[in-house]
Design a protein. Structure first.
Length: 604
């Protein structure tokens, strides 16, 4: 009998209770209604029994399928969300969460856990996974004999510590007594197909276990960025990028600078794409036609030779121009090219991993083929190369200021090696091959781990040498548009004042207006002794400490291999000296800042 007819009939419920019940039921799907019905029936049965009677067993609460991601560039986040979508479609109670947001103390309560993670730098966890990683490897980590888990690693075989964070998580969870549902997979840059296969294997393996508990299908926990909510924002994504128009390509370094930095403005009109300060823009690009022609000449392949790529038939020239990676080199190319060409030198190099990495360090794909030209067929060449990955650039604008535009600060990769000029793939495309008015495929990559404080009165310290200035230009535009009263302190560095002071006029105007409270610059080649941003921090140690104690948020953007580590060490020194702490306590202080989201990094 329909619930709406209850009002007209004798009922033990008041009209208000009936109305409340109707409101609840209208929000439930059939599976949820069935669960509620069973729950009420079980409750009634228990209530009718005598105290001495043995209670009827009540179904255990639904097991939650928890999926955590550690992501530096967004790839692990997207894979985790894909797994969440697939699992919820099967009726699993799903929770997908950023490792930075996850309370590690809850680990002891988990029964099904998936970790999808990238690896950063020299085998380090990505920024948003550091706190969880440290907890897991600490004495506080609990034994986990009831936990079923799976780990998926995303990485790049070009790097020595390929997927090391995933390997560490897998090993540590096993040490704590957890049992792997399926074997860990370590995936290279072109991970999509392998990730889908691993995901299917995982869900197929777990589906019978979740089916044992009917309640397990009753709850689907939503998460930020889930497919259904993302689709409502824009139809464009990494898988379906927006074809945007290039408005402006302006060189912002001097004629005599050792650097070529471009200010890029792109139209997002009619895209529905939106972004926040701290987000990145993904850029797809076309390879240099001259590079494609030379590669085909060296391998003896005609440009119009048909090939098969990802189920599509196209010419080898089209595949090399728009689909495949030709600048960044990697071990898999050497391996496949060596086997296709039967080149003894390359085959011996493949067997020596240390020598192989040293060989690849400063060579692009074209350098390898120039040194070892070989007549191979078109399909062999295509299969030796990997799919081109979009490049991510920190957004250098606020939509509150530029509306349907997005701005980038792009350092052009340009160098001479082996007697030949070299150019970066995406940066070369933006700087030299894409004319203003031309079309470029883009998407927005959100970064919730690099955000301005919600309270506009909060002071911020921004450390961004070189192109690391990009997100802080966006921060300043945003705070200006919001009328934020919080103090703003920027540390900027580059080689020369006259050649490399990026956005000099804008920054000086902000300083004059009072939006920028303090501006400290370090031009390392203008003085006899090289001065970098970390030295400027140490020079103002007392005031930096004062700002931190007043609740300031601290941000670092730029080179992660050296600058970010040097700045981190300078901060530890400041905390020890000004705060009267030892090295361990200083590190704990920074860790607490990170946990409170007052210490955030966007490094590369």
């Amino acid at each position: 009998m329909l619930l709406s007819s209850l009002i007209a009939q004798a009922s033990p419920l008041s009209e208000q209770q009936i109305s409340q019940l109707q409101g609840l039921v209208s929000q439930l799907n059939p599976i949820q209604q069935a669960w509620v019905s069973g729950y009420l029936a079980a409750s009634a049965q228990l209530a009718g029994q005598s105290v001495a009677a043995a209670p009827t067993a009540v179904a255990a609460p639904a097991a939650t399928f928890t999926i955590l991601f550690g992501s530096q560039t967004g790839n692990a986040k997207h894979v985790a969300q894909d797994i969440g979508d697939a699992a919820s479609a099967k009726g699993f109670a799903v929770k997908v969460q950023d490792l930075a947001e996850y309370k590690a103390a809850n680990l002891k309560n988990e029964r099904y856990l998936v970790i999808v993670t990238s690896t950063y730098g020299e085998g380090e966890p990505p920024e948003n996974a550091i706190s969880f990683y440290n907890y897991l490897f600490s004495k506080k980590a609990p034994q986990l004999p009831e936990l079923r888990y799976a780990v998926l690693g995303l990485g790049d075989t070009s790097y020595e510590f390929f997927c090391k964070t995933a390997q560490d998580f897998d090993q540590r969870l096993a040490e704590l007594g957890a049992k792997a549902v399926i074997a860990r997979a370590d995936l290279d840059v072109d991970y999509a197909a392998a990730a889908a296969t691993w995901q299917q294997n995982l869900i197929t393996t777990l589906e019978p276990e979740f089916a044992k508990t009917p309640a397990a299908s009753a709850e689907v926990i939503s998460w930020p960025g889930a497919t259904q909510t993302a689709a409502a924002v824009s139809t464009y994504s990494k898988q379906q990028p927006f074809s945007a128009e290039l408005y402006t390509n302006q060189k912002i370094t001097g004629r005599d600078s050792t650097k070529d930095v471009r200010h890029i403005e792109i139209s997002l009109a009619d895209s529905g794409l939106s972004y926040q300060p701290g987000d990145a823009l993904g850029v797809y690009f076309s390879n240099d036609p001259a590079l494609v022609r030379e590669l085909l000449l060296l391998t003896g392949i005609a440009a119009d030779t048909p090939v098969e790529l990802n189920g599509q038939r196209l010419t080898v020239s089209q595949a090399l121009t728009d689909e495949l990676e030709l600048t960044q080199s990697y071990p898999a190319f050497i391996d496949k090219y060596a086997k296709a060409s039967q080149n003894a030198v390359l085959l011996s190099l493949v067997a020596d991993k240390v020598a192989l990495r040293a060989y690849l360090a400063d060579r692009q794909i074209i350098d390898i083929v120039r040194e070892h030209p070989a007549l191979i067929n078109a399909q062999q060449l295509i299969e030796a190369l990997r799919k081109q990955q979009p490049r991510l650039y920190s957004i250098a604008s606020s939509q509150a200021e530029v509306e349907e535009e997005v701005h980038l600060t792009v350092g052009v990769v340009r160098y001479d090696a082996f007697g030949q000029p070299h150019l970066g793939g995406a940066s070369g495309f933006l700087a030299e091959r894409l004319a203003e008015g031309g079309s470029i495929k883009v998407f927005v990559e959100s970064n919730n781990n690099f955000r301005l404080p919600e309270n506009d009165e909060t002071p911020v310290i921004m450390i961004g040498p070189g192109t690391g200035i990009a997100p802080f230009r966006a921060f300043l535009q945003e705070r200006d548009a919001r009328g934020a009263s919080g103090k703003n302190w920027l540390f900027f560095g580059n080689p020369h004042f006259t050649q490399d002071f990026l956005y000099q006029v804008e920054l000086q105007n902000y300083l004059k207006q009072g939006l920028l409270t303090k501006l400290d610059v370090a031009f390392s080649r203008d003085t006899a002794e090289k001065v970098y941003v970390q030295h400027k921090l140490l020079k103002h140690a007392a005031e930096v400490w004062q700002w931190l104690e007043q609740g300031a948020h601290l941000y670092i953007c730029g080179d992660g291999a050296r600058m970010a580590k040097d700045v981190h060490q300078a901060l530890l020194t400041i905390i020890q000296q000004q705060g009267g702490k030892d090295e361990k306590a200083a590190q704990q202080y920074l860790d607490q800042l990170r946990i409170a989201k007052r210490y955030q990094k966007d490094v590369y």
